[in-house]
Design a protein around this ligand. Structure first.
Ligand code: BG6
Length: 446
């Protein structure tokens, strides 16, 4: 793998510095893409030296095989100049706000793209299923679908990918993952991060689009899909698409099975935070939620009747990132064995990365009184950070870890009834203090 070109549009932005360049640096440090030609482009009047110092800072080692081109991505001539600087067919990474990405893609219709060009897009892909379909049709006028990489960095997380090994490389778990044995599934990503100066993006997205519509639905897909026969891009993404097509809001009733809330002022790990509505750049009248919760049904033979609760909140004091599979009670506990009060649970932690199985045994003390014990396995991080893993797929021309067009559209279709119910005022916008545990766990129980 040599002589690859990566063009970053939006090179001066936060995403580039915080996630993209560190992922790329890890990939280079691991010996991938040795002949990489890196080109940064943005509207800022930077010179090569300033860009190189940003690249080296983010990589954590010095790197000067890169250049910077000042460009307005909504102008065809500027885009031509950037493309002309690339030696081979480039991968173009749009590290830009979604609306600017869409405009740049329209402008590219007038630009000759070298054969083999790959387009790499950040979420959110559109703002609705219709907008996503329009964006997808625009993209496929530029390059074939297999050269389009829609990035969901959760698919580059080793714990998320571990779901595949856990389910499909063991005899003991997979037979139990059906409605016969599973009572419910929770997929929770409660973060101690607050807005972190991202109002320009977040105030237009909110927790539902930022986390549930994207990352958490991918986790749900991996947990519920039928076994793929191989992990090639076609097979894996077919299985994901199958199961997401069967997924919808519980009982078709978003008013009853969704909640939204935003944080008020509070203290988070010793920091005093303003309420979301008072954060700089936020328009309180948009009623953007910082916590969203939905109950979904996966209406397949395997999963019908099992509720999937998905929740994500910001500024939560007790950060919790895990998928929890709660098993049904045993059909009968023998008379004489007492103290049964906990379901068995399989917990997949997404940070810290770990796997835990909670189950009942006779335990210590009185041998006829049950105790719950936990078998726990921690595992270290993957070789590459999530963005490094995703970029490896781009350089390898392997879209397995990227979101296919139809999957992106399905993910919007699943949350659209919720967005509509919220817009109609059918679900109140609740509040929780920053630093608290967010909403109580009791409301959304079908
Ligand atoms: C991003 C969201 O995609 O994922 C952020 O925009 C969120 O709001 C982040 O904090 C969580 O992912 P990670 O990998 O940083 O835990």
């Amino acid at each position: 793998m040599t002589d690859q070109s990566l063009i970053i549009l939006g090179a001066s932005g936060d995403l580039t510095a915080r996630l993209l360049l560190p992922g790329l640096g890890a990939l280079l440090a691991a010996g991938h893409v040795p002949g990489l030609q890196l080109i940064g482009a943005a509207t800022e009047d930077w010179d090569d030296a300033r860009w190189r110092s940003r690249v080296s800072d983010s990589f954590g080692f010095s790197w000067d095989k890169t250049r910077y081109i000042q460009a307005d991505v909504t102008k065809a001539d500027d885009l031509r100049a950037v493309l002309a600087a690339a030696d081979g067919p480039p991968a173009i990474f749009f590290a830009l706000p979604p609306a600017v990405t869409a405009r740049a893609c329209s402008v590219l219709l007038d630009v000759d793209l070298p054969p083999g060009t790959r387009l790499v897009l950040e979420k959110p892909f559109g703002t609705s299923s219709q907008a996503a379909a329009e964006l997808n049709s625009l993209l496929t006028r530029l390059v074939p679908e297999k050269q389009i990489h829609r990035v969901d960095h959760f698919l580059g997380k080793s714990t998320v990918l571990n779901i595949l090994g856990l389910r499909f490389a063991n005899r003991i778990f997979e037979p139990l993952l059906t409605s016969t044995h599973v009572a419910s599934v929770d997929i929770v990503f409660d973060e101690d991060l607050a807005l972190e100066n991202r109002a320009g993006y977040y105030d237009h997205a909110g927790a539902l689009a930022d986390m549930i519509q994207s990352h958490l639905l991918q986790i749900l897909g991996l947990l519920t899909m039928e076994p793929p026969t191989s992990l090639d891009a076609g097979e894996l993404r077919d299985r994901l698409a199958d199961v997401l097509r069967a997924t919808h809001i519980w009982e078709g009733n978003p008013a009853a099975f969704s909640r939204r809330a935003r944080y008020t002022a509070g203290s988070l790990q010793g920091r005093q935070l303003p309420g979301y509505a008072q954060e700089p750049g936020v328009d309180p009248s948009r009623n953007t939620e910082t916590l969203a919760e939905v109950v979904l049904a996966v209406d397949t033979w395997r999963w019908a009747g099992v509720p999937f609760r998905l929740r994500s909140g910001k500024a939560i004091g007790d950060s919790r990132k895990e998928a929890v599979i709660t098993f049904r009670c045993p059909p009968r506990v023998p008379d004489g064995l007492t103290g049964y009060d906990e379901h068995d649970r399989l917990r997949i932690g997404f940070g810290p990365d770990k796997l835990a199985l909670d189950f009942n045994i006779n335990g210590p003390g009185d041998p006829f009184v049950l105790d719950q014990v936990t078998l726990e396995a921690g595992f270290g991080p993957g070789d590459l950070p999530p963005y490094g893993e995703v970029l490896r797929g781009v350089f390898d021309n392997d879209p397995t870890l990227s979101i296919r067009a139809d999957v992106a559209e399905q993910c919007w279709r699943i949350v659209e009834p919720v967005t509509a119910a919220w817009a109609d005022g059918k679900v109140p916008l609740l509040e929780y203090p920053a630093g608290s545990t967010g909403l109580t766990d009791s409301l959304l129980k079908p």
